[in-house]
Design a protein around this ligand. Structure first.
Ligand SMILES: Cc1cc2nc3c(=O)[nH]c(=O)nc-3n(C[C@H](O)[C@H](O)[C@H](O)COP(=O)(O)O)c2cc1C
Length: 367
């Protein structure tokens, strides 16, 4: 096979699916050294950050740094092992590694790519440390795993964002997601929103009927219209509660701002037409409750999918209280019942985390 310095599409898809690579360097005397690293690839270079906190010597004391400074030749191995040997594979990239100093060309891009892949990095100060960049000069690969493709039955572009291994494993994903209420002024790629909607599609639902519909808003004008309409309705309700007008104004301003400045909004609606209908109120109520429960499951799928691919989300229940207003503002089908507004974007800052109850408070019986 001729030597290559770029990855084929299959190799690239394979490395994107993996979460960890091994970086091999050698010291001046040729003594080899390898460490597992988190990494990102931009089509030309592999990046890995310096996120450890060495006890002495700072990042400068790391063996890999001293090695790279002594001789830049390095290798990065991205591999998978599976007891089913029809699923093995690796990509090996060899080439010079160098340090991208803070604020140098490519440093910010490298951090963005790394933070997209690993949400844990979003709250770490990586700006003040260099990033290691390895430029492949020779790429080799092997294995049936490279031929594996993502399940594309969903057909839309969102599938690409949901490839296995693109995001986090489940436990850190579920634990790290949090409600975000302020976002950076940075648009959300359409494919990312499609990935969220694609994730919603796979939620459990009563009779498998998927009684949900979604409205996606990314343009300023409909967001503004929705914010204004909901604000007017909320003002009326808060005034009914007897709240002081300056308090009302402040709450309205915050809420309008949240809607207006969210890079994208997904309005999650119930759509009950496809459900069973019962003559008695009890069963009818239970049927509708099941639909609401499943909408919650679909929303959670979206929130986790978003977080897995580097996005943040919030949850606003306000549409539930002013369905007519929301339908009118967005010119929606009267059969849609607005339930939740999900702002989507990149967190402006790390939000406060609420404590979570220990399991022994939540589990009332475990025989
Ligand atoms: C049904 C529901 C409605 C919610 N409504 C709002 C809301 O209107 N405004 C808001 O800021 N957060 C809302 N939240 C988010 C909760 O406040 C948040 O999930 C909770 O405080 C736990 O924080 P975490 O999501 O960061 O774990 C809602 C959450 C749920 C499940």
């Amino acid at each position: 096979m001729p030597e290559r310095n770029t990855l084929t599409p299959a190799e690239r898809a394979f490395v994107e699916r993996q979460r960890v690579a091994r970086l091999a360097t050698a010291d001046a005397a040729g003594q080899p050294h390898a460490v597992p690293v988190c990494f990102a690839y931009d089509g030309q270079r592999f990046y890995t950050p310096l996120d450890e906190k060495p006890k002495r010597g700072g990042w400068q004391g790391l063996q890999r740094i001293r090695n790279i400074q002594a001789r830049p030749e390095a290798s990065l191995l991205v591999d998978v092992y599976d007891d089913d040997w029809s699923r093995l594979g690796y990509v090996l990239a060899r080439g010079p590694a160098r340090l991208l100093p803070p604020e140098s060309d490519g440093h910010a891009t490298a951090l963005r790519l790394l933070r997209d892949r690993y949400p844990q990095y979003r709250t770490m100060d990586l700006e003040s440390r260099p990033v290691i960049a390895l430029t492949p000069e020779r790429v080799t690969s092997w294995g049936p795993a490279l031929a594996e493709t993502a399940d594309t039955t969903g057909t839309d572009a969102g599938n690409a964002w949901l490839q296995p291994g693109r995001g986090l494993d489940f436990a850190p994903l579920a634990r790290s997601r949090r409600s975000v209420r302020a976002f950076q002024d940075r648009p959300v790629p359409r494919e990312a929103l499609e990935a969220m909607l694609e994730a919603a599609r796979w939620a459990p639902s009563p009779h498998g009927r998927q009684p949900w519909r979604f409205v996606v808003l990314t343009r300023a004008e409909p967001k503004q219209r929705l914010a204004e309409a909901m604000g007017d309705e909320w003002r009326r309700v808060l005034a009914m509660d007897g709240q002081a007008s300056d308090v009302i104004q402040k709450r309205l301003d915050i809420s309008r701002e949240r809607i207006r400045t969210a890079p994208a909004l997904i309005l999650a609606c119930l759509y009950l037409e496809g459900l069973d209908h019962y003559p008695d109120a009890d069963r009818q109520r239970a049927e509708e409750t099941m639909a609401v429960q499943s909408l919650g499951a679909a929303i959670q799928n979206m929130l986790l999918a978003a977080y897995a691919i580097g996005l943040d989300t919030g949850w606003m229940c306000a549409p539930l209280f002013c369905g007519d207003t929301v339908r009118a503002a967005l010119d929606l089908d009267p059969m849609l019942i607005p339930h939740a507004l999900i702002p989507v974007g990149y967190a402006a800052r790390d939000p406060k985390r609420r404590p979570h109850r220990p399991l022994d408070e939540l589990v009332v019986r475990f025989d």
